[in-house]
Design a protein around this ligand. Sequence first.
Ligand code: ADP
Length: 376
Amino acid sequence: MAETLKNKVLHALGQVIDANTDRNIVSLGMVKDISIDEGKINCVLEFDEIDQRKNEKIYEDAKKAINEIPGITKINIVTTYHKKQDDIIKTGKDDQGNNDGAQTKESIEDNNIEPNLGTSKIKYILAVSSGKGGVGKSTIAINLAAAFKQIGLKVCLLDADIYGPSIPKMIGAQEKPESDGKQIETIKRYGISTMSIGYLVNDENPIIWRGLMVMKAINEMLLKVNWGEADIMVIDMPPGTGDVQITISQKLKLTGSVIVTTPQDIALADVVRGLKMFEKTEVPIYGIIENMSYFAAPDTGKEYQLYGESKTDAVAEKYGYEILARLPHDPLLMEQCEKGHPLTDLFPEHKVSQIFIEMAEGILKKIKLEQLSQTN
Ligand code: ADP
């Protein structure tokens, strides 16, 4: 079903013409990624020249073409720019000259960056992934980060979800990161150092991405951000298993990954894709986290399965992975994300926080075991 829709999107984009070459953007290789999340389309277009007027026309035409496909509920087009010789980062001003808060070209384009900056002082890098959006990946990434802090680790959090960075909101960060022109400082909340593509771009205008290649932006966040020392970096990955996710997995030298799902069949099909992707990139998979597994009635404590009987066990067994935790649908967990203070940090004694803390301990054990087996 998703595959057919993907073909329809590809076909629609095949009707969008680049005026300079008179060829369609699919044949020109501008369409870098398409992922379908039920009716929501995520798509990456990569331009190779800064002709904003032309690029915007392509962006608008692409949006219009996809919009004509029946059943599409939301379109999220991320546009990136790839210049052959030296990549130029957008200047932090939009077409109207408004400062969008992005770092200026001068402030982040600096070739004299020390090679030992970035993540070299971070011991472990853990990716939190999901096959599709909306399953609670970001909620879990932030609460897992808070849980690692609770068990005494020094933690940082990278929001690499280019399609919809939600960490700034979940930790209540509205300010822009500071930069001395060479390095970008993280934004610290609740003892966790964070960086998000959401700090660097304007939320309302995804086309603001036009100055940045996806991987370049990710590289900026790794290499030019002053991460300092940390025991663990938690990465909130973009949902899905397209080229973007594969590139990130390959480039980030991940220690390991966890995959978030809900008990629904459709989410599980995506999990299988996610498992296969990480297997292909040889990133260890520590296990599956089942989110919104049940709802516990506050008065009786009786548990109700919201999505019917879970199929996660069958998938986990078939592919030989552990289920690391089953998290309930918990209104407080959601509320605290809305309020910008993760539950696991605010109320570490809460039963849901305790699940996160236990899970963090379990993952740390797995990381250490893995490292031990590599050194032997
Ligand atoms: P994703 O990163 O996978 O797109 P989010 O973490 O943004 O998903 O979660 C989507 C929505 O579901 C958010 O409103 C979040 O607060 C809510 N949510 C996630 N997990 C839970 C949970 N276990 N209980 C209640 N609400 C949840």
